[in-house]
Design a protein around this ligand. Structure first.
Ligand SMILES: Cc1cc2nc3c(=O)[nH]c(=O)nc-3n(C[C@H](O)[C@H](O)[C@H](O)COP(=O)(O)OP(=O)(O)OC[C@H]3O[C@@H](n4cnc5c(N)ncnc54)[C@H](O)[C@@H]3O)c2cc1C
Length: 414
């Protein structure tokens, strides 16, 4: 793998940047692997990278039905943060944010992490109380968070309409929260995994799972059969459909979650700003576009488009908070298929089928979890037992009733 550095940039400038090697080697499908990851999104690729880099496994494949990053990992609004309420979530997401902070160096790829602060707004005294409780819990968990008064919010975001229909009473901020470039994260993991010998097979849809004596033996794909004693499903909105092929019923619904960007403008928004009550969140991209997201469409769907009612609600909410956006044109709107669990926490770890692992249920907030998700799933696959950071997120919690309700932390998609 060609290392990216100032020197290599200068050297390649001499040949007009025509001699850069391919960032990713395309692979064909081999008949057998030690581990196969299904799904070339951030979670699948990160899991493969950590399996190869930390556990010395070499015969690994990532099978992706389309092109890497064309699922939710390349369609999200890029928010990273670790301000979760429950200790188990907090420890996991804080580990992820820490990994994000060193990821450009680890993977030798600029993921454009911008820790500009992620602000939650409160529009009533009750919401302020809830935010205070949440900030206290987050700080008790050892994660940074603080309350903001209306005057501080005015200074931070001068264009914010604090006197909107439900006037802003205050807010809370995690300063280490922010955004990181989603395509870069996908490509950074893919390139680093490929350099370690992982086969990344694109255009390869998994159509069936082969079981022998209650354990996984291999997969059927559109490119033929493949044998593997360890298989991890990391297919987001397609998790329940694929798991059903192995007789597993998952407590997951798939819904379209949409976002949009406006035409670019000069710097207007400093932070990532989120209003759970008005139901919208916004940030400004490096190109100047205002990135707007909100809740998911209310019906289950496998269409990566999103419907007009949610689109209209997101636009109206954004204009409510920032009236100056009203005359901006929307340049693009799209959706991804999010895999939502009853407690809005992920499902990670082993399944009742030996050798079959799950990284699913990431719902509206799994982008921020990609580094720690990959790290802990790789450990779990290599050791055949759940990593200590994810024991609370196992599939069996739904049978035991030990849910990790993070509905408030992921109340607005982010
Ligand atoms: C609009 C939107 C905004 C979001 N904003 C944020 C945010 O700001 N912050 C945050 O933390 N999270 C956010 N999310 C959620 C986040 O994007 C996802 O939770 C995360 O990307 C999931 O990663 P993944 O690797 O599990 O899934 P994906 O990236 O969806 O990857 C799954 C892959 O599996 C492939 N696949 C499916 N079926 C098969 C098959 N049978 N065979 C082979 N391959 C298959 C798909 O093609 C896909 O590429 C957002 C999501 C959306 C849609």
């Amino acid at each position: 793998m060609q290392r990216y550095s100032f020197l290599s940039l200068a050297r390649h400038a001499l040949s007009g940047h025509r001699k850069w090697p391919r960032a990713l080697v395309s692979s064909g499908l081999k008949p057998a692997y030690d581990a196969v990851i299904v799904g070339g999104g951030g979670h699948g690729l990160a899991t493969a990278y950590f399996l190869a880099s930390r556990h010395g496994m070499r015969r690994i494949a990532v099978l992706e039905k389309g092109a890497i990053g064309q699922g939710n990992s390349g369609r999200n609004t890029q928010v990273v943060r670790s301000d979760y309420f429950h200790l188990v979530s907090s420890r996991f997401f804080e580990r992820s944010l820490r990994l994000y902070e060193g990821l450009s160096r680890e993977l030798n790829f600029n993921i454009m992490l911008s820790q500009r602060g992620k602000v939650d707004l409160a529009h009533s005294p009750h919401a302020m109380e809830t935010l205070r409780r949440s900030v206290n819990a987050i700080r008790m968990n050892g994660v940074d968070a603080e309350m903001l008064g209306v005057d501080e919010l005015r200074r931070l975001e001068p264009a914010l309409n604090v006197n909107c229909r439900y006037p802003v009473e205050g807010g809370a901020v995690q300063w280490r929260g922010g955004i990181a470039r989603h395509d870069a994260v996908v490509w950074a993991f893919a390139r680093a995994a490929s350099a370690l010998g992982v086969d990344i097979v694109q255009g390869c849809e998994v159509t069936g799972l082969r079981l022998e004596g209650g354990r996984i033996a291999g997969l059927e794909t559109t490119l033929g059969e493949v044998a593997a004693p360890r298989v991890c499903l990391a297919v987001a909105g397609h998790s329940s459909e694929l798991a059903r092929k192995a007789g597993l019923a998952l407590p997951i619904v798939s819904q379209a979650l949409q976002a949009m960007v406006t035409e670019p403008v000069k710097p207007l928004l400093r932070t990532v700003l989120l209003s759970p009550q008005i139901h919208v969140y916004l940030s400004q991209s490096d190109r100047g576009e205002i990135v707007i997201g909100g809740g998911s469409d209310i019906h289950n769907s496998y269409a990566q488009r999103g419907g007009l009612p949610a689109f209209e609600a997101n636009a109206a909410a954004a204009v409510e908070l920032f009236p100056c956006l009203s005359r901006l044109r929307v340049m693009r709107q799209w959706a991804g298929l999010v895999d939502i669990t009853p407690d809005t926490s992920p499902i990670m770890g082993l399944t009742p089928i030996e050798g079959l692992f799950l990284s699913a249920g990431w719902g509206t907030g799994g982008y921020k979890a990609i580094p720690a998700g990959g790290e802990t799933m790789a450990w779990t696959i290599a050791n055949d037992r759940p990593h200590e950071l994810i024991t609370a997120f196992g599939l069996e919690r739904f049978a035991r009733g030990a849910l990790v309700d993070e509905g408030a932390a992921s109340g607005v998609a982010h």
